[in-house]
Design a protein around this ligand. Sequence first.
Ligand code: IMP
Ligand code: MG
Length: 183
Amino acid sequence: MPPIADYKTILHEVLIPEERLQARITELGQSISRDYEGRDLLLVCILRGGILFLTDLMRKISIPHAVDFMAVSSYGAGARTSGGLVKIVMDLQTDIRGRHVLLVEDIVDTGHTISRVLDFLHIREPAQVDVCTLLDKHERREVQVPITYTGFQIPDKFVFGYGLDLDEYWRNLPFVAVAKTGV
Ligand code: IMP
Ligand code: MG
């Protein structure tokens, strides 16, 4: 599908403005810096939605840390949200055995994606794997997943911007927006 020329035509409302996002990310960075003090922290960004969150969050983390990336896809792509079948399409380059891993995700919705990633990583015997998600659509959860850090709880609405896409576009917006219904 070609991109819509102006995101305003599909915008219902700005749910989380830039200033609130950045203020919360600063708090999360401070908590993570405190909690992981003295541990060898590895941030693992889940592509592609987590990219803006990762790059802002890591600038607010004051302790030494490494970063790596994984990509996952939901079977039956084209769907706006994931279903139960999640495939790992790009693996980490880092050996995580004995490492303190923190997954950086854009949104936890049904929970299938994070659940699958956690199973996949646990086999490699890291010292620890925790989850940091910017957004949590709690009402939609189908599988329970442990989340250590949450930016914002949000209602069951389709959101885009700040890393989250609307049919692959508009990840660059500095705020989280709700799309008009029927878009
Ligand atoms: P889950 O597996 O259902 O928890 O879904 C997680 C993935 O679905 C996220 O990483 C997003 O890529 C996508 N997703 C879920 N809700 C939204 C949304 O409102 N906007 C954009 N992407 C979403
Ligand atoms: Mg995604």
